[in-house]
Design a protein. Structure first.
Length: 160
């Protein structure tokens, strides 16, 4: 079942890349007591994700912070090494927390899996954006297959 507005974010362990290597981080660490914009996408280094989705949130960092957002987080069903390399490639710095959901545990828990096995990509995440306040989903914008409209940084800004 897909998560919906008003639901609590499930308790799941994710990974993030640090200077010392991959480090576990829990959803409680990320969301408890904070206002977070979480956006997810099918894969690091993929065309729309690299050309539009992630760069939009890097570009709109100050505007999002100005609306009271504590953390901007990007999640993909990739490993921490890939997410770390992609973050460096995209020059995210400290603007976006790059989250690896390597086994898809979070993606499954929120019911937003995307099966791209027929394209050789396996199980991935749908493209979406959420605003989460102290662990509760306040907005959820899930894209139609192949679309990039409701999960952009500009679309999220309009909901804040």
């Amino acid at each position: 079942m897909t998560i919906k507005v008003g639901d609590k974010i499930p308790s799941v362990k994710l990974m993030t890349m640090t200077a010392d290597g991959p480090k576990p981080i829990t959803t409680d660490d990320i969301f408890k007591g904070k206002k977070v914009v979480l956006f997810a996408l099918p894969g690091a280094f993929t065309p729309t994700c690299s050309a539009k989705h992630l760069p939009g949130f890097v570009e709109k960092f100050s505007a999002l912070k100005g609306k009271g957002v504590d953390t901007i987080a990007c999640l993909s069903v990739n490993d921490a090494f890939v997410m770390g390399a992609w973050g460096k490639d995209q020059k995210v710095g400290d603007k976006v927390l790059m989250l690896a959901d390597g086994s898809g545990d979070f993606t499954k828990a929120v019911g937003l899996e995307l099966d791209l096995t027929d394209r050789g990509l396996g199980k991935r995440s749908q493209r979406y954006a959420m605003v989460i306040d102290n662990g509760l989903v306040k907005t959820l914008n899930v894209e139609a297959a192949g679309a990039f409209e409701v999960s952009s940084a500009d679309a999220v800004l309009k909901t804040l």
